[in-house]
Design a protein around this ligand. Structure first.
Ligand SMILES: Nc1nc2c(ncn2[C@@H]2O[C@H](COP(=O)(O)OP(=O)(O)O)[C@@H](O)[C@H]2O)c(=O)[nH]1
Ligand SMILES: [Mg+2]
Length: 197
């Protein structure tokens, strides 16, 4: 059995989304897929609990203006990583705009994670406390990560994947309801990509 989970990276240009996706991929490289519709998708497998869980991590390819991201990018996303950059105050202040923009396009079952990127920099213009407070106010998770050092990267993706898997095992995810956001596939053919377009 194969579970396919679509995760997306959202946030202003230059906050470090692509670097994060590459860091995630290099820890366990499986595949790399460049689409023709302006998104890059990193694929990563997790053989857990006798299941093969595959994460499809979608990254916008340089079109991070709010209006230019099509609703297809958000559709069926079971995990949303809302990214800001510790060294860029505006990237944090724009987070509510990203939330407003995408919220109506997400499936009923989804998780939103606030991500503070470039945790390694010394010139921080956002404090961890205010990021934590924002996350708490909106009932979402928060991680402080660095794609440069790798701090918290694997842990962040792994924790989300484990909690989705647990919800699935406890029947909290109704498959027809999230059809598209989560797919179960019984054979090993690589044709699953087409399910997402
Ligand atoms: N110090 C530091 N710089 C980073 C980190 N991640 C990305 N960068 C730098 O930030 C810039 C923008 O990164 P990029 O991944 O292209 O951002 P994107 O536009 O959001 O995809 C690049 O110069 C990266 O080298 C990080 O964790 N720490
Ligand atoms: Mg990028």
């Amino acid at each position: 059995m194969k579970m396919l989970l679509k995760y997306i990276l959202i946030g202003n240009s230059d906050v470090g989304k692509t670097t994060l996706a590459w860091r995630y991929k290099f820890d366990d490289f499986r595949d790399y897929f460049i689409s023709t519709v302006g998104v890059d998708v990193q694929v990563k497998s997790y053989p857990m609990f006798n299941n093969d869980i595959q994460i499809l991590l979608w990254d916008t390819a340089g079109q991070e203006r709010f209006e230019s991201i099509s609703s297809a990018f958000y559709r069926d996303s079971i995990g949303v990583f809302l990214c800001f950059d510790y060294s860029n105050r505006k990237s944090f202040e724009d987070i509510p705009k990203w939330m407003d923009l995408m919220i109506n396009h997400l499936p009923d079952y989804h998780h939103i994670v606030l991500v503070g990127l470039k945790n390694d920099v010394s010139n921080k213009h956002v404090t961890e406390l205010e990021a934590k407070m924002f996350a708490k106010k909106h009932g979402i998770d928060f991680y402080s990560v660095s794609a440069k050092t790798g701090e918290n990267v694997e842990k962040m993706f792994m924790n989300l994947t484990e909690s989705i898997y647990a919800d699935y095992r406890m029947n909290k995810i109704k498959i027809p309801q999230v059809l598209g956001g989560i797919k179960i596939q019984k054979d090993k053919r690589k044709r699953y990509y087409c399910l997402w377009w």
